[in-house]
Design a protein around this ligand. Sequence first.
Ligand code: ACO
Length: 214
Amino acid sequence: DYVYPIPEDKYNDVIEHLRYNFFADEPLNKCVGLCETGRGHSELELHSILTLQDNLSVMAVNGNGQVIGVALNGIQHEGDVDEAIKKLETLNDKKFKQIFSMLYDLNQSLNLFSRYDVTSIFECRILSVDNNYRGRGLANELFKLSIDIASKAGFKVFKVDATGVFSQKISTKLGLETLIELEYRNHLDSATGLPMFTPPSPHTSLKVMVKILQ
Ligand code: ACO
């Protein structure tokens, strides 16, 4: 079953799902060893809760009501990325900062608000499926439902920062176009001159992808 919107009394279950299936598994988090499976990550959890509070997220549950997949969707307003960059400077977690500064810088460079003449953008921030339920089309369905949610809520721009090949495949299939692709091997750490991220195969690039809704 798919549940939208995700009720507040399920937020803890969603976070628990992410601790076991996303925080350690997402290709960039995984390659820097951001956190261990089953353990929390305060910044990522705050990011998830704030996103849930936008009330645009959807989850998949099994017959026992257990959360087996989520698409956490939030609203990005003009200026949010500038604020987020400032906040990042105050944090100590070097790995978290490496990942999010790459994402924020790339987003900032795209000037999406002026490009599309909008004041807010619908953003799919976290797409996650339980390890035991992967490869059955759940992420594809959660993403499709998210596009519907964005459309019905009147957003013009649906965006995702797709960090791995599976989310890129889903996005392409559902009609998103790639605005920019950053190959991880070309994103170098200025201190060492070596690639900052070497995610596990088959993931090789980050794609910022959008769909313009009618
Ligand atoms: N090997 C090869 N192909 C795969 C695999 C795999 N392990 N997993 C998924 N795919 C392909 C599928 O074949 C399918 O392609 P197709 O339509 O051409 O057949 C496509 O990817 C989508 O498959 P789904 O079954 O819908 O995806 P699934 O439910 O397994 O979830 C997800 C995919 C969400 C990426 C899951 O693997 C996961 O939770 N990974 C960890 C977190 C993560 O990386 N999330 C995406 C980061 S980007 C973001 O969050 C915005």
